[in-house]
Design a protein around this ligand. Structure first.
Ligand SMILES: C[S@@+](CC[C@H](N)C(=O)[O-])C[C@H]1O[C@@H](n2cnc3c(N)ncnc32)[C@H](O)[C@@H]1O
Length: 728
């Protein structure tokens, strides 16, 4: 059991924060235009920071410098050009309260990654002047065009890294297409890159035509060099034709803070209104469910104010070829039809699955796993567990099936002895009593709990709950030291031990140790443990968000401990072949445990605990728990390149497998729907990697994980090693 916190009252409404962008809107947005945009229903507008006059000034500086170099007999002696500070001619932006409703766009005619050092130098100055001034004016969200196709990405990344320090609150959004080239291209004719010299050596290198992950790769370089700064994010442009799901998922796992919808992303419905394809809608819904959902930016969907030509685009957007062919382009004249459509989608978002509703606000929030053996849980924590609509129901079924099977096996007609060990506030005991009523099989009930506070509540319940009716025997004890039930004055054995001591990675709350410790009370021969077995499963994932979160935390051991987390913004690095339409992850079993264990093993362990056999344990101590140590070595084929930030762990358990079939629980996404759909009790577990591993296309990751156990200490994988080998 591994979730914490309390339940939110109900699902909060989805809110889309929608802005408007015009590629050719040149002077900074005026107060008047902003209020017109807001009265149309936009939440924010984009604005350039500087004017056309500034652009001419800088381009003249660059071309004069270039001319000077060409004409000079000693070009090396000419100092690099300096862009002088901004003047009122260069910008009309001034600090205003309303600037929080603006997103600034750095001049798109610069080339930060230019291989011409002079162009890069001038670009960097423009970038720094603009970012610093926008931040000074209180416009802290700033979009920067991503590196040009032939750019030196490392150099571009260094410029961005420097830019991040220009304002304490600023957020730089790198404008990138999902793949290939931007639709939201700068359409002016003067670009600094046109003045670049000596770039042919890079241009000569042929770009692989189908470099689907090329843009992602550039982003990976930028955010890695910027050390996963939380001030750096992506303005992601959605294309008309979405790339394969694998690439969509990759972008989904990254820090996307703005989603750009160029006009061409929309298609027309039968009435001629702009709508999004089903695939776009699904992607939008995915993003909208994130804890920090990206803002949306409608790009070039029509000008805001025709009345002031100097502040609006002067050309009607061109129809796409398909629209031109169908002649639908001119149909709707509604200037905000795209915005209206997004608002319609906002209203009609599908409701979230139960686990997401339950965990609302906890997405991607790292929590320390509970340690119910060491700590005494609070009542509120038990209360949260008890909301699970599936777990207790399935336990009830398992207990009923076990009662039926046992009563048909044993010969004497005595009541069957059922003990719930680690009873908490008693929900499993209630299920055992209901199962007895339902099957008509008499039971003698025992509830064992070591938490003294829960023990009080159990007694209270026994006295007041009509179903319990005082028939439950309540024992305050660590189950490992319980001598067993006393029936008719004699110590008896238990027919069915029911427990729920599972953590998100199966055994990480020390279920094996506790159940071994109580096995001596189980009736030899036919005694049943519910659960009968459980297994731990894991998969390698990319989760820049959690990696960035951990980087910003204090604590030397932060990389060495696992976290319980309702994972959202992540990507599986290894998926099953041919599963690109549904992306079924490769989740592999690490190890498993079953109960009861062989009596000889238990005896051996007991002898070792007493120091009676051989030397001590191989990890110190008496070695009595060595039979619960596990290790595994697994390989994962990764089709697409990526970066592994850690492992996500799940578990599966067979509560009971008997004559009527199996009753199972699972948090493994591959089997959960089949085994225990809508179960909410456990979030996955995350094992972080301090140093992320780059995985090339088609590589095989070899994972070795060891679970060296120490009873009384918290679970911790002792070591993991990854070999990344090119797959041939
Ligand atoms: C995850 S909670 C489950 C509680 C309850 N059975 C339920 O399903 O809601 C585990 C419970 O086992 C108890 N527990 C853990 N280790 C124990 C031990 N060695 N002996 C007795 N109780 C233990 C904890 O105090 C806690 O109440």
């Amino acid at each position: 059991m591994n979730i914490g916190g309390s339940l939110p009252p109900e699902e909060p409404p989805t809110i889309f924060y929608v802005g408007q962008h015009e590629t050719s809107r040149q002077p900074p947005v005026s107060l008047n235009l902003l209020s017109q945009g807001q009265s149309l229903g936009y939440d924010f507008l984009t604005t350039r920071i500087t004017t056309a006059a500034f652009q001419s000034r800088v381009l003249s500086l660059a071309s004069e410098h270039s001319k000077g170099i060409q004409e000079s007999s000693n070009p090396g002696a000419i100092p690099a050009p300096l862009v002088s500070p901004l003047t009122p001619e260069d910008t009309t932006l001034v600090p205003e309260d309303s600037n929080t409703s603006l997103v600034a766009i750095v001049s798109p005619w610069i080339d930060l990654g230019s291989t011409d050092p002079i162009i890069a130098h001038i670009s960097r100055q423009v970038f720094n002047l603009e970012v610093a001034y926008a931040a000074f004016c209180g416009v802290n969200n700033i979009v920067v065009h991503g590196p040009l196709p032939d750019a030196d990405v490392m150099q571009y990344a260094r410029a961005i890294q420097e830019g991040l320090g220009l304002g304490p609150y600023l957020q730089l959004h790198i404008l990138l297409p999902m793949t290939g080239e931007l639709e939201t291209e700068y359409d002016g004719d003067a670009h600094l890159s046109d003045l670049a010299r000596g770039t042919q050596n890079l241009e000569d290198e042929e770009e692989p035509e189908d470099d689907l992950y090329g843009t992602w790769n550039a982003w990976n370089t930028i955010r890695t060099l910027c050390n996963y700064s939380h001030k750096l994010s992506i303005a992601l442009e959605l294309p008309r034709q979405l790339p394969p799901l694998s690439l969509q998922s990759r972008w989904y796992s990254e820090a996307v803070r703005l989603l750009l919808f160029p006009r061409t992303t929309f298609i027309r419905n039968a009435k001629g209104y702009p709508v999004l394809s089903k695939a776009h809608q699904q992607l939008l819904t995915r993003f909208a469910r994130l804890r920090f959902a990206p803002w949306m930016l409608l790009s070039d969907v029509g000008p805001i104010a025709d009345s002031n030509p100097s502040t609006t685009s002067n050309t009607e957007p061109e129809p796409t070829p398909a629209e031109a062919a169908s002649g639908t382009k001119d149909k709707p004249k509604d200037p905000v039809s795209h915005l209206r459509y997004l608002r319609y989608l906002q209203q009609s978002q599908p409701s979230r699955p139960p686990i997401e509703r339950f965990g609302q606000g906890y997405q991607d929030y790292l929590q320390s796993p509970l340690q119910p053996l060491t700590d005494n849980l609070e009542s509120i924590t038990y209360e949260v567990f008890e909301k699970d609509p599936v777990k207790y129901e399935w336990y009830g079924r398992a207990i009923a099936a076990a009662l039926k099977d046992l009563s048909s096996t044993i010969e004497d007609q005595r009541p069957l002895v059922v003990a719930v060990v680690g009873a908490g506030r008693g929900p499993l005991m209630t299920r055992a009593l209901q199962a007895s009523q339902k099957t008509g099989i008499a039971v003698s009930c025992w509830a064992v709990e070591k938490n003294p506070n829960a023990f009080v509540l159990l007694q209270h319940r026994n006295a007041t709950d009509p179903l319990w009716a005082g028939q439950v025997n309540i024992v305050k004890s660590d189950m490992r030291h319980w001598q067993g039930p006393i029936i008719s004055g004699e110590t008896a054995k238990v027919d069915i031990i029911v427990s729920e001591l599972l953590g998100s990675f199966a055994d990480n709350e020390l279920s094996p140790e506790c159940l071994d410790g109580v096995q001596h009370v189980l009736r030899p021969g036919h005694g049943i443990s519910i659960p009968q077995s459980y297994s731990a499963h894991f998969a390698p994932i990319a989760t820049p968000r959690l990696h960035g979160d951990l980087l910003s935390r204090a604590g030397a051991d932060k990389w060495d401990i696992p976290y319980v987390v309702m994972l959202h913004q992540y990507d599986y690095l290894s998926v099953q072949p041919d599963s690109d339409t549904a992306r079924i992850p490769n989740v592999k079993e690490a190890w498993s445990f079953s109960h009861p264990i062989a009596p000889a093993k238990l005896e051996h362990s007991r002898t070792r605990a007493g120091g009676g056999v051989g030397a001590g344990g191989w990890v110190g101590g008496d070695g009595s728990n060595e039979h619960n140590a596990r290790s595994c070595k697994l390989s994962f084929k990764c089709r697409n390149e990526g970066v592994c930030h850690g492992l996500v762990g799940y578990f599966e358990t067979v509560l009971y497998a008997g004559s009527s079939g199996k009753v199972e629980l699972s948090t493994n996404p591959v089997t959960m729907d089949e085994k225990s759909k809508d179960m909410i009790s456990w979030f996955p577990i995350f094992f972080p990697l301090k140093t992320p591993i780059y995985v090339p296309d088609g590589a095989e990751m070899l994972g070795k994980e060891t679970d060296a156990r120490h009873v009384g200490a918290s679970f911790k994988p002792e070591a993991w090693v990854y070999d990344v080998t090119e797959h041939v």
